[in-house]
Design a protein around this ligand. Structure first.
Ligand SMILES: C[S@@+](CC[C@H](N)C(=O)[O-])C[C@H]1O[C@@H](n2cnc3c(N)ncnc32)[C@H](O)[C@@H]1O
Length: 256
């Protein structure tokens, strides 16, 4: 459970497995569509995508009418893929930067209409996550939403280490594993696993960090899982996860 391999190295190595133009990964079915849904009407919006990876979600946002997106990611390979795909698809309103979301400050504009962080905070400690939330808060226009997803904090302790999604919590418990890194894997529907990790936090830490960052309205919280639609689509893939809380989505608004 130490971080002998950096997150950046993990993503540089497996950027090709993440590169996609349609739903491939488990979470492309169970989480990312819910982020889009939760943002609501994004027509004309400028959107900040922290931990954007190879740009899959940001391209979906542009496809749904966003005016522009700016993504930051620590992995140079993921950003190279994002830029290449944007260029191939002539997406001139998508721009990307390599950077650590915790310290990045060269944003191309002073404010954004909306912001997302899709499975970024599971790579950060509580302190780092709070810094990113504070930055996002300072960049959001009044009324703008910040939507983020993380692995459900209970999942590592509820499920054994079997496909298509798991984290190894070792001998730590839900309460004492705080800020410890759990290595994990999430599967693609074609049977290929990709490596992921989760710096463990409890529910209380997300609420405290949001408050500390200056988000002073109650977040909307959704505990995401496999739905009947998923089970109907591919019972072999999704049934092992039926009934488990997989991810948590938070949506919070900047009210000034
Ligand atoms: C699970 S992937 C998700 C990528 C993208 N948001 C998506 O939904 O397809 C997590 C991403 O977070 C990035 N990441 C991890 N730590 C980071 C950090 N400190 N700063 C910026 N990006 C980071 C990784 O490089 C990786 O691309």
């Amino acid at each position: 459970m130490n971080q002998a391999v950096s997150t950046e190295a993990i993503y540089n190595k497996q950027a090709n497995s993440w590169s996609r133009s349609e739903k491939i990964l488990l979470s492309d079915f169970t989480a990312r569509p819910r982020v889009i849904e939760e943002l609501g009407d994004i027509s004309g919006a400028s959107i900040l995508d922290m931990g954007c990876g190879e740009g899959y979600v940001s391209r979906m946002l542009l496809d749904r009418g966003a005016n522009s997106i700016f993504g930051v990611d620590a992995s140079s390979e993921m950003i190279a893929q994002a830029r290449e795909t944007a260029s191939l698809n002539n997406l001139t309103n998508a721009s990307y930067a390599v950077g650590n979301a915790v310290s990045y400050s060269s944003f191309p504009q002073e404010t954004f209409d909306q912001a997302i962080a899709v499975f970024l905070f599971n790579y950060l400690t509580i302190e780092e996550m709070t810094k990113v939330m504070s930055r996002v808060r300072s960049l959001l226009k009044k009324g703008g939403s910040f939507v983020f997803t993380v692995p459900h904090p209970c999942l590592p302790f509820m499920r054994e280490e079997t496909p298509p999604f798991y984290f190894q919590h070792g001998d730590t418990s839900y309460l004492d594993g705080i800020d410890q890194t759990f290595e994990g894997k999430i599967w693609r529907r074609d049977g290929k696993p990709v490596s992921v990790r989760c710096v463990h936090k409890n529910f209380s830490h997300y609420f405290a960090a949001l408050a500390q960052a200056g988000f002073n309205t109650l977040p909307i919280v959704r505990e995401l899982s496999v739905t009947q639609e998923h089970l109907d689509l591919d019972p072999d893939f999704f049934t092992p996860l039926a009934g488990y809380p997989l991810h948590v989505l938070f949506k919070v608004q900047a009210n000034d």
